[in-house]
Structure formats: C-alpha cells, structure tokens
Design a protein around this ligand. Structure first.
Ligand code: THU
Length: 130
C-alpha cells in the first residue's frame, strides 16, 4: 500500500469500532505488514482507566498474535485538529517490532498528514538486552 489516502481510510475505518465510553475519543491504526496484510486496531477502554489499550498497540498485538512480525508502515487516525501523536507506551511497543526507519503516517480528522518514523518518535530508545 503506497498511497497515504488508502492508509488514511483504513485508519479512520479502524477508529469507527473504538470502544471509548469514557474519553469519547476514538483512535484508529492501520498497520501494513510486509506480506501485504493490514492489521487494523482501535482503542479499547476500561472502567479501570489504566487498563485502556491504545489503537496502535491493538494493531501491533493483533499482528504479532497472528504470527506476523514484519511491518512496512503504520497510519494513525485521531479525531483531532492536528495530526494525532502517539503516546509514549505505544512508541515503545512500536520500537520493539518495527525498524527505526519505518514510516509512521499521522492523520487528523480532516486528513492532514504528518509523516515521521519510528526512530524519530522515540530516539535513543531502550532495546532488548542482547
Ligand atoms: N489513544 C490512542 O488510542 N492512541 C493514541 O495515540 C493516543 C491516545 C487513546 C487512549 C484513550 O482511549 C483515548 O485515546 C484518550 O486518551
């Protein structure tokens, strides 16, 4: 998938099933795997707020639990004025599975785009102990 418009649509569609009774702030992620599959994720909240899972982590966990660990890009959509910016926890989880140079497309509600990378979102990050 090359076109960011298609990625935008997939991320926005993912947000449409977000479970957000507390924040009313739906977020969607579309994670494109190297094998061409697209894993969509939404945020899933909980009455115990800290147990909330963000859209980005839902997408990564869906992929990894399906046996897929190689990724090409991710698009993240929020109903925001400016392109959304992923939280620190999601940046760390992205770092675990995605190369630093992997493109990250951030989308606003209106479709404004900011393109960055996993490495730029979390420079000098913690890696595993190997
Ligand atoms: N959220 C995400 O799903 N992804 C982000 O990048 C930012 C925040 C969710 C968590 C919570 O359900 C809601 O947005 C408000 O913080």
């Amino acid at each position: 998938m090359a076109m960011d418009t298609e990625l935008f649509k997939q991320a926005r569609e993912a947000a449409s099933v977000a479970y957000v009774p507390y924040s009313h702030f739906p977020v969607g992620a579309a994670l494109v795997a190297k094998n061409g599959l697209v894993f969509q994720g939404c945020n899933i909240e909980n009455a115990s707020f800290g147990l909330t899972n963000c859209a980005e982590r839902t997408a990564i966990f869906k992929a990894v639990s399906s046996g897929v660990r190689e990724f090409e890009m991710i698009g993240i959509y929020g109903e925001t004025e400016e392109p959304i910016s992923p939280c620190g926890a999601c940046r760390q989880v992205l770092t675990e599975f995605c190369p630093d140079e992997m493109p990250v497309w951030l989308f606003s509600k209106a479709g404004d785009v900011k393109k960055t990378t996993v490495g730029d979102l979390l420079p000098y990050h913690f890696k595993n102990l190997d």
